[in-house]
Design a protein around this ligand. Sequence first.
Ligand code: ADE
Ligand code: ZN
Length: 338
Amino acid sequence: MSTMTAAQLAAAIPKAELHIHIEGSLEPELIFALAQRNGLNLPYASVDALREAYAFTNLQSFLDIYYAGASVLLHEADFHDMAWAYFLRAKADNVVHTELFFDPQTHTARGVPMATVVRGLASACARAQAELGISAALILCFLRHLSEEDAFATLEAALPYREHFIGVGLDSSEVGHPPSKFSRVFARCRALGLHVVAHAGEEGPPAYIWEALNDLQTERIDHGVRSLEDPVLVAELAKRRTPLTVCPLSNLKLCVVNDLKDHPMKRLLDAGLCATVNSDDPAYFGGYMNANFVQTVEALGLSRDDVITLARNSFEASFVSEARRAELMAALDGTIAA
Ligand code: ADE
Ligand code: ZN
């Protein structure tokens, strides 16, 4: 690996992906195939017409299309096939561990049982381990534009499948729905021994990151790019070593940054934060893990050391056993030394 450029190294090394909404991996081709399989009509004439609609101006403009795309998922096999397609892409990008977000309320609101969602995704995770050697786990996200009462009902509905998910997260429309809206349900999740993470500081202000840390006691912050606006917060994140699951191409496509050259990833690393690279919703934002990694390295001129730090951060931030973490770190060291 010693002759490789930083970008080549980024693509080649083993890494973990910790911020991927599995519904955001639904490619237009699969949306059309599932619509046909399930006898559903789509409001788009073709795969190309659907893809052309992927011109977003902010988070909400994306979410409207993302929830519409997810409406083709009805049966256990649909959830399995969606996740399996993602795992094949992850394997190609040398992702060796991944933690998948899923949005059950998007499906249960359409009458799809929780069991269908969880069983379809969990069987794909087991298959990824068995056939691809990728360790995979599920994180249940509450939709923050809905009420905390709805989140509590979702948690209750999911508890019969407790062994299939390792934690909870908070996603959807950020501004106007601060983390503190979900303090009670997150307290309950922590008491149940679930890992807790939340999207914060994607479009929302640094105050939302403080709330995620202090009110929800989250172990990671998803996005968190706006933390740089608050030096006290940056110092706190560095002190706690709270990981940030950063998604560069998402930030570009949702106009959080205007150019990848302006992306804060380098500044986050230089501030000593445990930042990681992730794809968020790869089917919608133009790239999976390695596209995010390589384009960020090239746009910001990241060094080989930065690349290795990002991969190490991804394993440090993972919710794995210490034995698995040691195995992942050793695999990284072995690849670099080769
Ligand atoms: N759901 C899927 N992708 C998301 C994102 N980037 N932010 C908030 N909610 C999401
Ligand atoms: Zn996200």
